[in-house]
Design a protein around this ligand. Structure first.
Ligand code: GLN
Ligand code: ZN
Length: 781
């Protein structure tokens, strides 16, 4: 295993590396191994062996692709932030094992207890909070910060794995999360607590860690500080200077890495830190390259993130070469190449996709292919006249051209439809106050109407039928009969429960985005394009490659069938345009907002067809609205404007009597209340059970104009809520919100639950609503 020196003596070769590589394995081996271990079906030794194997494969892939060093520290048993917390000896005491009192009490199961609340060994305790990593769909375990906390180098995984790579003959570059990003993404457990006050206790441990990494054989250490692409208060700038001056005594060469956006006003801080190298993202922020070049100190290496780590499109080599030419001329051997961010956010290997359209295949690159692209770009700069460089360039040009002209992508009728959109298409006929009166007359619902969020338990039976249908073992007719039986069953149960607005239960849906993606033109699904969402959980985002259109109705036959079984209104159920975009890999050849409008137009047709089929209540879910919010404040307004417009376009084609619902969950709504109101939905159902009613406060403070169903119980818990608890919650809400605006519903879909607890919980919920109507003297019906 021979690796070229990481610092070529002549600028004939550009150093290439990756900020991180997917850790799930090409076939989700980590998921399988973790779940077997958690179930007790395999030993810890077997789990450790799987991890070792994945790391070896990843390093081998990096070597095969000609990278100059392999990345270590990017492997994690659950999450890289959790690994960092363990390394720093900073895990909640409730998860630590009782058997040891000498501080050295962190083992693999401790990590799992933090992440999942339980592990094969040790006492269960409430899991740590999980939240999204910047604007990605990856979730990390939030460090719990409080005053008086101490840190000590306690978990040597990153060091051990670096040693492991070195022993295998690789040049290893460990990656760690920088101290400031670590503190920034942590959550204070006390109000008013200054997180930066922990810095002075944290830095000695970082020094120790860096020293240990050097001792393990590392020359360079990548230290991730992505918060340098956020709006940072002045004190944090100061803290950066202080921190990196303190760390300069360590013999490691630090590569300070930033990604997910531009440094902008943080640039001065970043380039003046005493580190050996800086990594910047020029995929999200190509414009910053020149400014950084102008400001980079003469001794520093600049690692340029030129291959998109957040998306799956093949690199336009010519464009990359042109962008980088100046940097290469100026920096020579000080220029390094890398993906924009860790490849964690990409599927592993395109070679697994044997069923994708051949043309589409030619436009894509997954993690493994992206490593090769670094080599191609390097050759285009250093040896442009070589046969190989010419060939790569030609292939790239061909692919770019094919994509630009492909009839798979470009549908003139869709583009015309987008151009034809006019201002009235975003508007319901009448304002909310008028609509709601008509809807009330039309639907004749009782006060405090009860409903659910859409999905009902996805039983083994349902999954089996879907699987058999997909594999061709079950014919269309037999499959549809199956689904109808499940719908009939769900309707029957809801009738017995006495719910007011029913749902069909979503039995036919594998996933709320994939289900629609499979039916829309312009979307493709992959076979093995898995990306880690958290721990063992992976998602397979569809690819939006072309103009989106709806060849046929997608949900109408199920909704119509469900409605035919009941006199009560059945709610149609759709996934909104923003969520359809946010949870997919989106084409990069037109602005996202344009793609959103295309999706919205397709959904608008569906909404109208539902209405024509006699569906009077239609819910358009937008759980991803908040998470699409850009990282920088100055970009918020523009995003919210087009996101809200896309929703409105999908919803506004119906008559006043048709009631539009939306649903959102598990996000911070307080800062986007005006946008939520601007969606102009008639009813919003939201999660509140977990946020202790904070959310209700937000809706009250804002004076939310329409109807609202704050979730009255947490669907994540199998516990059946008490009638009194639900009533107390509703009374509290009724003090804050107008009673005639309130709905009664769980806080999210019920697909992960079983029927017994679902029925028991809904029974309590309906009982609570019924009792409250009586006690509060509200007329029913
Ligand atoms: N209608 C969806 C369901 O009930 C909503 C899911 C979600 O909010 N993520 O499952
Ligand atoms: Zn939800």
């Amino acid at each position: 295993m021979h690796f070229t020196d990481t610092r070529p003596s002549e600028p004939s070769q550009i150093v290439r590396h990756t900020l991180g590589y997917p850790r799930i394995g090409a076939h989700r081996e980590l998921k399988t191994a973790l779940e077997a271990y958690w179930r007790g079906d395999s030993s810890q030794q077997e789990l450790l062996a799987t991890g070792r194997q994945i790391r070896q494969q990843n390093w081998q892939a990096q070597q095969e692709a000609g990278l100059n060093m392999v990345t270590t520290g990017d492997f994690a048993w659950y999450d890289q932030v959790l690994t960092m917390s363990a390394t720093l000896g900073h895990l909640p005491t409730r998860h630590r094992s009782q058997r040891s009192d000498d501080g050295d009490d962190i083992d693999l199961d401790t990590l799992f207890r933090v992440a999942r609340g339980r592990a094969p060994s040790g006492e269960p305790a409430v899991a740590a909070e999980m939240t999204k990593w910047f604007d990605t769909n990856y979730h990390y375990l939030v460090p719990e910060l409080a005053s008086g906390q101490t840190f000590a180098l306690s978990w040597t995984q990153i060091i051990d794995e670096t040693r492991e790579a070195v022993a295998a003959g690789y040049t290893a570059k460990p990656v760690i999360i920088g101290p400031l990003t670590y503190l920034w993404i942590g959550k204070s457990q006390q109000s008013g607590f200054d997180k930066l006050s922990l810095l002075s206790d944290l830095l000695p441990v970082y020094k120790q860690l860096l020293q240990a990494l050097v001792d393990a054989g590392a020359d360079w250490v990548q230290i991730d500080e992505p918060i340098l692409t956020l709006d940072l208060p002045g004190v944090w700038h100061k803290a950066f200077e202080q921190t990196y001056h303190a760390l300069r005594t360590v013999p490691a060469k630090l590569l300070l890495s930033t990604y997910f956006g531009a440094l902008d006003e943080n640039l001065n801080t970043a380039v003046n830190l005493p580190v050996a190298g800086l990594h910047i993202d020029v995929v999200r922020a190509p414009q910053q390259l020149i400014t950084v070049l102008d400001n980079l100190p003469v001794h520093q290496v600049l690692s340029v993130g030129i291959v998109d780590g957040r998306n799956i499109w093949r690199n336009d080599l010519e464009k990359s070469r042109d962008l980088l030419r100046r940097a290469y001329d100026r920096l020579g051997a000080r220029l390094w190449l890398a993906p924009s961010c860790s490849l964690l956010h990409c599927p592993v290997d395109l070679r697994e996709e044997t069923a994708l359209d051949r043309d589409l295949l030619g436009w894509l690159a997954f993690a493994r292919q992206k490593l090769d692209e670094l080599t191609f770009i390097s050759s285009l700069l250093t040896a442009p006249d070589s046969g190989r460089a010419r060939q790569w360039l030609q292939e790239s040009r061909d692919s770019v051209l094919a994509r630009r002209q492909s009839s798979l992508i470009h549908r003139p009728s869709v583009q015309q439809a987008v151009r034809d959109i006019n201002a009235t298409d975003f508007q319901r006929h009448s304002p909310f106050a008028d609509r709601i009166r008509k809807q009330q007359a039309h639907l004749s619902l009782p006060p405090l109407p009860t409903t659910t969020i859409g999905s009902f338990p996805q039983t083994q039976e349902i999954r089996k039928a879907r699987r058999q249908f997909k594999q061709g073992e079950l014919g269309v007719e037999a499959y549809e009969q199956h689904m109808q039986d499940h719908i009939a069953d769900a309707i029957q149960r809801q009738e017995v429960l006495g719910l007011d607005v029913l749902v069909h239960g979503e039995a036919e849906r594998n996933d709320m985005v994939e289900y629609f993606g499979e039916q829309l033109d312009g979307y493709a699904s992959t076979r093995n394009g898995w990306v880690q969402s958290y721990g063992s959980r992976c998602v397979k985002p569809p690819i939006i490659f072309g103009d989106v259109q709806r060849p046929a109705p997608m949900t109408v036959k199920w909704a119509r069938y469900a409605q035919s079984l009941s006199k009560k209104p059945v709610k149609g159920m759709l996934t909104g345009p923003v969520t359809m975009l946010q949870w997919a890999f989106v084409r990069d050849d037109q602005p996202r907002e344009k793609t959103a409008l295309q999706i919205a137009l397709a959904l608008r047709e569906e909404v109208r067809d539902l209405e024509a089929a006699g569906i009077n209540v239609i819910q358009i879910d937008e759980p991803a609205l908040r998470e699409g919010l850009p990282l920088r404040r100055q970009a918020h307004a523009h995003y919210l404007e087009w996101a809200v417009n896309a929703f409105r376009l999908s919803a506004a084609g119906v008559s006043d009597t048709t009631q539009i619902h939306t649903h959102m969950c598990y996000s911070e709504f307080n800062d986007i209340m005006p946008a939520i109101a601007a969606l102009d939905a008639d009813v919003i159902t939201i999660e509140t059970a977990r946020s202790n009613g904070d959310l209700i406060q937000a809706f009250e403070d804002f004076d939310y104009p329409a109807q609202i169903g704050p979730g009255v119980y947490d669907i994540h818990s199998p516990n059946v809520p008490e009638v009194d608890a639900i009533k107390a919650m509703l009374r509290r809400m009724a003090r804050k919100l107008p009673i005639q605006h309130l709905w009664v519903n769980p806080d999210c879909g019920l697909k992960t639950r079983g029927w017994p607890e679902t029925e028991a919980a809904l029974q309590q919920m309906v009982a609570a609503a019924t009792q409250l109507r009586r006690e509060m003297g509200l007329a029913a019906g």
